[in-house]
Design a protein around this ligand. Structure first.
Ligand code: ZN
Length: 192
């Protein structure tokens, strides 16, 4: 799939929203991606995971991990196609943790999969949890990179299926706020 085909997939699913949104960073934007709407379709999940796994060598890692909730569907599908175990980390009272009885064999190498990355905050917290439990994050994969110009977000290599460089504004410089339209905060932190 080309980047344009993936973008069309988002548009067809009504997942590329135009409006006035507050992002997890607190900045405002006129565009928002809701990957959960794309991933409602199992065929879309299969196709996007296929694009992502072309960017890795299955021999380079032992397990797949995602930060909940945003990374769960695409992470599980990537793991299924690669025939690797899948685990996830999740926030409890705001703090990223590994629960559910998941364990990581000491020194195991993990591929980290997320739906959308912007600042990469959830992915970094997920990797910190993996390290606390004895695992070694080796690479980050995400479907969408909302801030492709950002550098130094991760201390391991990363790759994404598409980049969508979205202009964002501080609240007091936001042209949509200046027009008086209300800003909405969609989805969870992980999907922003
Ligand atoms: Zn605004």
């Amino acid at each position: 799939m080309t980047e344009q085909e993936i973008l069309s997939m988002y548009e067809d699913a009504g997942a590329l929203l135009n409006g006035h949104f507050v992002l997890s960073s607190g900045r405002h934007s006129a565009r928002y991606l809701q990957s959960a709407l794309v991933l409602m379709s199992m065929d879309n999940a299969t196709d996007l995971a296929s694009v992502l796994i072309e960017k890795v060598n299955a021999d380079d890692f032992d397990m797949v991990v995602s930060p909940a909730i945003g990374g769960l569907v695409i992470g599980q599908e990537v793991a299924r196609q690669l025939k690797k175990p899948f685990i996830f980390t999740e926030r409890k009272e705001g703090e990223m943790q590994m629960r559910r009885g998941f364990t990581i064999p000491k020194g195991a190498k993990l591929l980290v999969v997320e739906d959308v990355i912007t600042t990469g905050g959830s992915v970094c917290e997920c990797m910190a949890v993996v390290r606390e439990h004895g695992g070694v994050p080796v690479k980050v994969l995400a479907v969408v990179d909302r801030a492709p110009q950002a550098e130094g977000r991760f201390d391991v290599p990363h790759a994404t299926a598409i980049s969508l460089d979205v202009e964002t504004f501080a609240k007091d410089e936001c042209p949509m706020c200046a027009e008086g339209t209300p800003a909405v905060k969609p989805g969870s932190r992980g999907s922003l």
